[in-house]
Ligand binder design. Structure first.
Ligand code: AHR
Length: 635
């Protein structure tokens, strides 16, 4: 009976009405959200290879370092030389650093070694990249001229034509001498060759997503667990040996190698606009700074930070940016005040926001200010009674995949009056929420999540007049054991390799196939799917067109376990007879991984027989982009 029912299931009818105007699609709809979580920067995007490079991770022992050689010893020794580098590693004989779950050996690659060092007697330090047992040496060099003066010394380690491995280590041999190491750094080549820059393979995945903005530095990472642990932007500027690093809320210390300038350059390298979140005087433990005079230094600090980003060379902080190597101001348009301040039970955000808003608008009237609470329903909180209306408000949604599908129509009926929406964090999960599952699930979403994500994105696109920006979170995860605090993340990696999840591919497909106007779309004869108690539509869709080229992009999500025929009716548009169909599909529980990085990935094929009406079948559990090109015949 079921077979017969499916056999005779009439196709879903999808009509696109080109005579109706549609709405303008936001030119910055899809972006990226980032913070230091899951070893996103240290041990991730930031191209430093040594772990605990300044010996500050643990005050009791030299974590991630070990003694190498008979009678060798290593100890932490306070030097108090600088505030940022108060401790040295005293090495007698030899020491090894294990990196972030291994140091990668990339064939035919040169790594830059830098040591901040002195010794009890003059002579070289022998540096090498070796297998964990020391049996194979992949690269070696001498760091010459180490003597009793503190010096910053560099050398290059060149790896030859060898098979890649993930778990090598850096070894520094000192012979009979004792050496004090204040900091050590080993950099792999970076994207666009930037000094203190990013890992190229991860950057390529991010650039492929064509993000229009980068939201940084967090997330919880902006705030920290206590009022002392906020993202200390000023201390993240300048040479890395001057950056003390700080405690992040995700259970490990941040080197702050990825500092304010690096975030800005990262966005520049992706041709994305920076979206700066400024610390607003609230900590995750509930601590807050009283609005009024107590808060004013924090507001002034945010103004200085903004000046660093966009101030001219005549301003104090603009001049500092120029001195740091970037004379040109960055194209900042939006500033977010805090993060998830709806959790501030004191209710102080209403007044804190006003104080920030007034100060930012007074100095930079053209900047758009984002509130982290409010929205029409996020956390059930209305924007606190205040005289200031934010330009946008940031709503966060972490939902089970079928629930996320249920939210695909959320913005269809959203109040068009008032601020625009920035969906500043969102993601679908399978069964257990990612903050509860932590390392027990993931590390990246499966196909079921990608279906939930894609269905939700059809709603974002259809309603891009009110949803101006959106970004998935979290973005990055080191997949090694101990690497993650949040179970589901868009892109996974180890020291050597990386991969995008099915959700990554869904995001990429949506971002790279986007017009500038929506095309009004009607669906009829849509089957219903029953997911537990939930009764959901069996198809989700959105359509946009590019007004310059006439190309039309139809996004379709088939969450059903059977294929679906769709009968298209294009009112007022005559396509060329051939177009393309890009399909992402797979079993609900299937994920990509380091070993199977593209098990689920989109496949594009030409399709033919298109016209004002045509039929197309969607595979089971699929996310599909249909691209139509305008034909020569005028309608
Ligand atoms: O994305 C992970 C965390 O979720 C963010 O740090 C926080 O803003 C949200 O609660």
């Amino acid at each position: 009976m079921l077979f017969l029912a499916l056999l005779f299931q009439a196709p879903v009818h999808l009509s696109l009405d080109f005579a109706k105007p549609g709405v303008a699609v936001s030119s910055r709809l899809y972006g990226l959200m980032t913070e230091e979580i899951n070893y996103s920067y240290d041990g991730g995007l930031y191209a430093e290879l040594l772990r605990n490079r300044a010996f500050l991770d643990d005050s009791r022992r030299p974590a991630h370092w070990s003694a190498v050689g008979d009678d060798a010893s290593i100890n932490l020794e306070p030097t108090g030389r600088t505030a940022a580098r108060p401790t040295a590693l005293r090495i007698h004989g030899g020491a090894a650093n294990e990196g972030y779950w291994g140091i990668p050996v990339r064939p035919s690659t040169a790594y830059r070694l830098t040591l901040w060092v002195k010794a009890d007697a003059p002579g070289p330090i022998h540096a090498s990249i070796e297998s964990p047992d020391g049996a194979t040496v992949y690269a070696r060099t001498d760091v010459a001229a180490v003597d009793s003066q503190w010096r910053k010394l560099g050398a290059t380690l060149r790896i030859g034509s060898v098979p890649p491995i993930t778990d090598a280590r850096l070894v520094l041999r000192t012979g009979d001498r004792t050496v004090w190491l204040e900091q050590a750094s080993l950099f792999q080549p970076t994207y666009k060759g930037r000094e203190n820059g990013n890992r190229p393979d991860l950057m390529r995945l991010l650039v492929d997503m064509k993000p229009k903005f980068l939201r940084f530095p967090g997330g919880n990472y902006l705030e920290g667990n206590t009022l002392k642990d906020r993202f200390p932007w000023k201390e993240t500027l300048g040479p890395i040996e001057g950056r003390p690093g700080h405690r992040s809320p995700w259970g490990y210390r941040s080197t702050d190698g990825m500092g304010l300038l690096e975030f800005l350059q990262w966005s520049e390298d992706m041709k994305a606009k920076p979206l700066l979140a400024v610390y607003a005087g609230y900590a995750l433990n509930g601590g807050y700074i009283k609005p009024g005079p107590d808060l004013q230094p924090v507001v002034d600090d945010a103004l200085n930070e903004i000046e660093y980003v966009i101030g001219g060379p005549e301003t104090a902080w603009g001049a500092r940016r120029a001195k740091d190597g970037h004379p040109k101001p960055f194209p900042l348009e939006c500033v977010e005040v805090g993060n998830e301040d709806g959790f501030d039970k004191s209710g102080s955000y209403a007044a804190r926001f006003v104080q920030f808003y007034d100060a930012i608008k007074a100095k930079y009237p053209r900047l758009r200010v984002i509130s982290t609470t409010g929205g029409k329903d996020w956390l059930g909180l209305k924007f606190p009674i205040t005289k200031r209306e934010p330009d946008l408000w940031d709503e966060h949604y972490y939902s089970e995949a079928w629930d996320m599908m249920g939210m695909a129509t959320k913005y269809d009926t959203y109040d068009r009056k008032g601020p625009k929406v920035f969906v500043g964090e969102w993601a679908s999960h399978d069964t257990v929420p990612p903050w509860q599952a932590g390392p027990r699930a993931g590390p990246t979403p499966n196909m079921k999540c990608a279906l939930g994500d894609a269905a939700f994105m059809t709603g974002l696109e259809r309603n891009s007049d009110v949803v101006e920006m959106a970004c998935y979170a979290p973005l990055l995860v080191n997949v090694n054991p101990g690497g993650r605090q949040w179970s589901l993340n868009l892109i996974g990696y180890d020291a050597l390799r990386c991969f995008g999840s099915p959700s990554f591919y869904a995001q990429k497909m949506f971002a790279e196939n986007l017009g500038d106007r929506t095309v009004p779309l009607t669906l009829s004869n849509v089957p219903t799917q029953q997911q537990g108690e939930k009764s959901l539509p069996g198809l989700f869709a959105s359509a946009t067109s590019d007004s310059r080229t006439g190309t039309v992009y139809v996004k379709l999500v088939n969450p059903l376990s059977s294929e679906q025929a769709i009968a298209f009716d294009l009112k007022g548009y005559s396509p060329r007879p051939s177009g393309t169909l890009t399909v992402l599909k797979g079993d609900l529980k299937t994920m990509n991984s380091i070993d199977e990085p593209t098990k689920i990935s989109p496949v594009t094929a030409e399709i033919h027989g298109l016209g004002p009406t045509f039929q197309q079948t969607l595979p089971a559990h699929s996310v599909v982009v249909l691209t139509l090109r305008r034909g020569t015949r005028r309608v």
